[in-house]
Design a protein around this ligand. Structure first.
Ligand code: ATR
Length: 276
């Protein structure tokens, strides 16, 4: 029987996930499909009835449903709970299990792009305190990185975030970058700055140690102004597209039974759709 998987969201037409999973299905000659399905908030519950009836092996969840599906899942992974969002559903024997693979995507991307990134890493700086920052903090904590400085435009939001997840997280305003940068081996941008021509003001990357790694979760454009400035100073950089590709790996494996690879060819295929 053909195995079916999906991504649900509203709107859903910009999702790259069908192309990613479609590439892997073809590569492994699997009798299966992965479709983008537009589901409005009031259609979520009926959709879960279809899931429990066994129509799908599982799928991905995107905006605006990542929090709402919590209440509908029969079980939720503890890490998804600390991140506060579910992005992957796996259906087994009529039960729907919710997980979050964004933090694995973040780690998989760094492991592939800068294999020794966590060795001798002393302190990390995370820019931003929204939903994406939560997944990054959980990821860094899972690798034992401490302390992690959370720098945000609105200090309150950074303080709330640092309090709400278990881990060695310290909240600061963005202006603290100048003081913290000389000891930071990793800088992660989790804000939307870098999209639509926006850029950080007053982040002096010259203050970072020469071995520092700078990474961005923004992938449109692929080379954000932050990454361009870091590369111009000879710092190592990892762009955000890999996070999107690597977060898809555990879902595909759970639904279709094969662990797929993030290859340069897949990356090029998805990058070609980004228009940058
Ligand atoms: P997501 O869930 O995708 O992470 P979000 O919850 O809206 O998105 O979080 C956006 C993050 O980017 C926040 O940390 C936000 O800072 P505030 O808490 O001060 O709002 C940050 N952000 C967005 N636009 C910004 C800007 N122009 N300058 C500085 N920070 C910005």
């Amino acid at each position: 029987m053909s195995i079916k998987a999906f991504v649900i969201g509203h709107p859903i037409n910009h999702s790259r996930s069908p192309l990613i999973h479609g590439t892997w299905l073809a590569e492994h000659q699997i009798d299966g499909s992965y479709a983008a399905i537009a589901i409005a908030p009031d259609e979520l519950e009926p959709f879960f009835a279809r899931l429990r009836a066994g129509e799908f092996a599982g799928g991905n969840v995107t905006i605006p449903h990542k929090e709402a599906v919590f209440a509908l899942c029969d079980s939720v992974d503890p890490l998804a709970r600390s991140i506060g969002a579910v992005n992957t559903l796996v259906v087994t024997a009529g039960r729907v299990h919710g997980t979050n693979t964004d933090y694995l995507g973040f780690l998989g991307n760094l492991d592939a792009g800068a294999p020794d990134w966590s060795e001798r890493l002393d302190q990390a700086i995370v820019l931003g305190a929204g939903g994406a920052a939560r997944a990054v903090l959980v990821a860094l904590h899972s690798r034992g990185i401490r302390p992690v400085h959370v720098l945000n435009r609105t200090l309150d939001n950074a303080e709330q975030l640092a309090r709400s997840i278990h881990g060695p997280f310290l909240a600061h305003p963005l202006a603290a970058f100048a003081d913290l940068a000389p000891r930071a081996g990793l800088v992660v941008n989790t804000t939307s700055i870098g999209m639509h021509g926006t850029r950080f003001q007053d982040l002096d990357l010259d203050l970072l140690p020469p071995a520092a790694l700078v990474t961005d979760i923004v992938y449109v454009p692929l080379q954000t102004p932050l990454l361009a400035a870091a590369a111009a100073r000879g710092l190592r950089t990892v762009d955000g597209l890999g996070m999107l590709l690597h977060q898809a790996v555990p879902g595909f494996e759970a639904w279709f039974g094969v662990r797929p690879e993030v290859t340069p060819a897949l990356r090029a295929r998805i990058a070609a759709t980004l228009g940058s």
